[in-house]
Design a protein around this ligand. Sequence first.
Ligand code: PDD
Length: 283
Amino acid sequence: MGTAYFNGKLLPKDEIKISPDDRGFLFADGIYEVVRWYEGFFYDMSSHMTRLKRSLRELRINWPEADSFPIFAYDLIKLNKLENQPAMVYLQVTRGAARRSHSFPSPEVPPTVYACAWGFVPDSQLKETGIKVMLKEDIRWSRCDIKSVALLPNTMSFQEAHENGLKECIFVRNGFITEGSHSNIFFVIDGTLFTHPESNHVLSGITRKNIIRIAEDSGIKIREEALQENRIRLIQEVFITNTSAEVTPVTELGGNTLGEGVPGPVTRFIRDKFDNEIKALKG
Ligand code: PDD
């Protein structure tokens, strides 16, 4: 089970008790973050902290100790003996436990804070061969910019992809491609990189932000513009990004084979740049 963090303490996971009245349980009234440990450092922890604080602010969840996250995240890596392997740290903060009511607890109750860590083996094969993904109407709410734990539309859609042998579900809202169930998406058209602009319809991914920086630094033209689904035939390359899968090429989108059906040159260039940045950070 390992060691987890719960409300200020590091303790065996199986000793954690969460109230059935917790608003995370009753209303999915909470937010989360996922950070990646690379055998020696957390990638871009400062951006994760900025997004964490923004999510808390947007939902008006008061967690005064938010700045302690990088410290106990590292404690979790050490205590679970994950220092020398790829690992993830998951953090969840809910509005706390109170008798069920749609209004926020008054007086305010302390938030419930839980974090855990796990090691994993990255799927380097998929980053090499690419993946096939499906397209589906975006059935989520209109505040996808908040990293809320209310992920039922995401899990339902991802499950549909999974049951069809596909690796991600990409959402389409009002005819425009937004993002994946747990990833952002980029397109290459005639050498220019496109991705949906930051908005209430997408999560502002930390990997997305860093890929935009890497592309700009490499002289690749980038346009933060939403792409219409009916322009798929113009697309030569697609890749998705997130904290765990980094840059993963897409070879088939909604049944349409992209380019030659193998990861294209711009995608491979960006994937390699990202991998080299990680290598350099490892030192
Ligand atoms: N998900 N969009 C959505 C809807 C996401 O859930 C995620 C990440 C991203 C990419 O964000 P980032 O680059 O910061 O990981 C975009 C995480 C990995 C998850 O839910 O497990």
